[in-house]
Design a binder for this molecule. Structure first.
Ligand SMILES: C[S@@+](CC[C@H](N)C(=O)[O-])C[C@H]1O[C@@H](n2cnc3c(N)ncnc32)[C@H](O)[C@@H]1O
Length: 297
């Protein structure tokens, strides 16, 4: 059941939204790892095993798994790193970052590595990705993903990303896939329905400190993609609004998704905010997700 806190917010933000729209199962999706195999070859191999795949029109290498004779995490192709099971909106956050080969790219909250390994793939295993993760257990999963997917341009570092300046690096691009309430993931985690102000009290200061620390280590002209799997404007539009107010920054256009909320709870925000994007389970068949692309001027 939805917490009273979420009930009140969602009724104002998304009139007509039902709990069923939040919790309905979503199709599983995979991302072809073109570092290891071509799309055609992987699709042929999985179809041979009885899987039915359907291309996702708004991501580059993503497919919905429409039928699976057994778990898609239990094929030889999975173990060989030919694909990663990943939500399409998560794939899209990496595409919005537009990392280029030969750039220095930061992934500041990286485990278990779904986005790190896609960033490396988009860079064709060139340049360098610095992947930071604070949690000792989760960094093992990050290292395992990097190895399984054949990623060779990535260094995984266990540290608190709020201290990233200590590395003494200037990044061309950075992804902050922030720790968040996960309110967009109710299709797989019922606890996403129970979040309340206490969760925000812990997370907002962390998100704010992370975004500021990462902004500092971007080179001028550098690009930061901020993403969450939350539906709450507090962790999304309102945080990006703070960056626009306090920094010499602008938002860059993102092609897919729905425009971010211009007036959450009736609060008018910077006009640029609509350039940030939202993904909704009931509209995009992905987890609830937010992506903003911020350029440091
Ligand atoms: C949303 S998850 C990241 C998912 C990952 N980007 C992916 O696509 O596979 C957020 C991660 O941030 C990590 N984290 C939390 N606080 C952090 C901090 N201060 N510094 C670095 N990582 C942190 C969490 O342990 C968690 O693994």
């Amino acid at each position: 059941m939805l917490s009273q806190f979420l009930e009140q917010r969602y009724s104002r933000l998304f009139p007509g939204l039902t709990e069923d729209m939040l919790t309905r199962a979503l199709p599983q999706a995979l991302r072809v790892n073109t570092l290891r195999i071509t799309e055609d070859e992987l699709v042929a191999r999985l179809e041979e095993r009885g899987f039915v795949l359907e291309e996702i029109p708004w991501v580059k290498h993503g497919y919905f798994i429409r039928e699976a004779p057994f778990s898609p995490g239990a094929t030889p192709e999975y173990l060989l790193g030919y694909y990663y099971l990943q939500d399409p909106a998560s794939m899209y956050a990496c595409e919005a970052l537009e990392p280029r080969a030969n750039e220095l790219v930061l992934d500041a909250a990286a485990a278990p590595g779904g986005k790190t390994t896609y960033i490396a793939q988009l860079m064709r295993n060139q340049g360098c990705v610095v992947a930071i993760e604070v949690n000792r257990q989760r960094i093992k999963a990050l290292r395992a993903s990097v190895t399984r997917m054949g990623v060779e341009n990535t260094i995984a570092i266990r540290m608190d990303a709020r201290e990233v300046a200590k590395l003494g690096l200037r990044f061309d691009r950075a992804l902050l896939d922030a720790p968040c309430t996960g309110t967009g993931t109710a299709h797989k985690a019922r606890e996403a329905l129970t979040k309340d102000e206490k969760d925000l009290e812990v997370l907002l200061p962390l998100q704010r400190a992370l975004i500021n620390a990462i902004y500092e280590v971007l080179r001028p002209g550098g690009v930061l993609v901020y993403s969450t799997c939350s539906l709450l404007p507090e962790e999304n539009e309102l945080l990006v609004q703070e960056v626009l107010e306090n920094r010499d920054a602008r938002l860059l256009k993102i092609r897919h998704g729905s425009p971010a909320l211009r007036k959450p709870y009736g609060m008018p925000l910077d006009k640029q905010i609509k350039k940030a994007r939202r993904f909704y389970p009931w509209e995009h068949h992905s987890q609830g997700f937010f992506v903003a692309k911020i350029q440091k001027l």
